[in-house]
Ligand binder design. Structure first.
Ligand code: ZN
Length: 237
């Protein structure tokens, strides 16, 4: 299919009214339900996510969007599911919800307290040798907003609703940003890693390493001024 064909069929959604629902998630949900089959952009989501009274723009709309998928059970497509959607474009094709969504197993109160204690009441996400360590209520220096710690099942594939609720070893403490990151890193349906999301969330130093690798891989060099040139290769026989 050519790009032109795609563009012709791609209909963008509209914000048809003021959304006054109390929660960010409800306003985003209403926007999608009013635009079934139409493409919703990041800017539109941010517009309705913005508090109608205080005009405060939430930093964590991405998380609410992911809850609409995981907790409410909606299927919201993105560029990961449809090649013709651009990054940060989303599409709900039907208002149908997956019936078992939201019935997630959680640790019981006592277990969660024990997990929090083990974690020293801080996010346990580990990258390289560094632990996130953000505490409840602290300001997230990367994602912005106040940190809310929630339980994460370490291995969602092997969940046992009868015993896991009482087993502290099955759980870890994660901040909101790392909950989203974990969901984005792994597609629990396909078991594949989302390389793009991983690179997006990596540090500038890590991105530079990947950038250099890609230049090498595709046969480009970067000169001292930062300009990129294709390497002309002479094929030896
Ligand atoms: Zn964290």
């Amino acid at each position: 299919m050519s790009k032109k064909d795609n563009d012709l069929k791609k209909i963008y959604g509209k914000i048809k009214k003021k959304y006054t629902q109390k929660s960010v998630k409800e306003r985003i949900e209403a926007l999608f339900l009013d635009n079934i089959g139409k493409v919703i952009t990041r800017e539109q989501i941010i517009e309705v996510a913005t508090d109608p009274k205080t005009k405060k723009q939430p930093e964590n709309w991405h998380q609410r969007l992911s809850e609409l998928r995981t907790d409410n059970g909606y299927t919201i497509l993105s560029w990961r599911n449809r090649g013709w959607l651009r990054v940060e474009e989303y599409l709900m094709l039907s208002s149908e919800k997956r019936p078992n969504a939201g019935k997630r197993v959680k640790p019981d109160k006592k277990t969660w307290e024990a997990v929090l204690q083990r974690a020293n009441h801080a996010c346990e996400w580990t990258e390289g040798n560094e632990i996130c360590g953000l505490k409840q209520g602290a300001v997230d220096p990367i994602g912005g907003g106040k940190v809310k710690l929630t339980p994460d099942h370490k291995n969602p594939h092997s969940i046992n609703p009868d015993t896991d609720t009482k087993d502290i070893n099955q759980w870890q403490v994660l901040c909101g940003r790392h909950q989203v990151m974990k969901k984005n890193y792994w597609d629990t349906n396909t078991g594949k890693m989302n390389v793009y999301a991983i690179i997006q969330s990596s540090t500038t130093t890590e991105k530079e390493i990947v950038f250099k690798f890609l230049l090498d891989y595709f046969g480009y060099v970067q000169d001292e001024q930062g300009n990129i040139h294709k390497i002309k290769r002479i094929n030896k026989k």
